[in-house]
Design a protein around this ligand. Structure first.
Ligand code: CO
Length: 134
């Protein structure tokens, strides 16, 4: 059911420092930061040949990643995102398999303007999973 790995998201305490690590130390193609107020994050995209790394930093008062950064002061891997062709069909299959879909279970428009859902980490090897319809 899942297709390509769309991105891995890493929450970082300092976007400029993290961008520099990826740009200079790792020699990657790194975007400028972009604020996404609706999502409560500022993002930097690291464009790799086969996928993307998203560096995330809290934006605004009620950022969904603020608590994560409090618990992980050096930052850390936040979620992985797999592509699916049909997010409703994927959701219904996951629910039928007993997996927990976070929130109200209805897809939201994610950071890339495409429908996304998040799945409970306890059901997926301790990793928060995002599925995105592409
Ligand atoms: Co994501």
């Amino acid at each position: 059911m899942i297709g390509n790995l769309n991105h891995i998201a890493i929450v970082v305490p300092d976007l400029a420092a993290a961008s520099e690590v990826y740009r200079s130390t790792l020699g990657a193609d790194v975007s400028d930061p972009k604020d996404l107020p609706d999502h409560g994050v500022t993002t930097v995209f690291v464009n790799l040949p086969n996928t993307k790394i998203e560096l995330l930093h809290p934006y605004g008062e009620n950022s969904p990643i603020a608590k994560f950064l409090e618990r992980n002061k050096d930052g850390g891997m936040h979620h992985i995102c797999y592509e699916v062709v049909d997010i409703i069909a994927a959701r219904d299959k996951l629910k039928a398999e007993g997996a927990r879909v976070l929130g109200d279970g209805e897809p939201k428009i994610g950071a890339h303007g495409k429908p996304v859902l998040f799945l409970h980490p306890k059901d997926f090897c301790g990793t928060l999973v995002e599925i995105e319809q592409v």
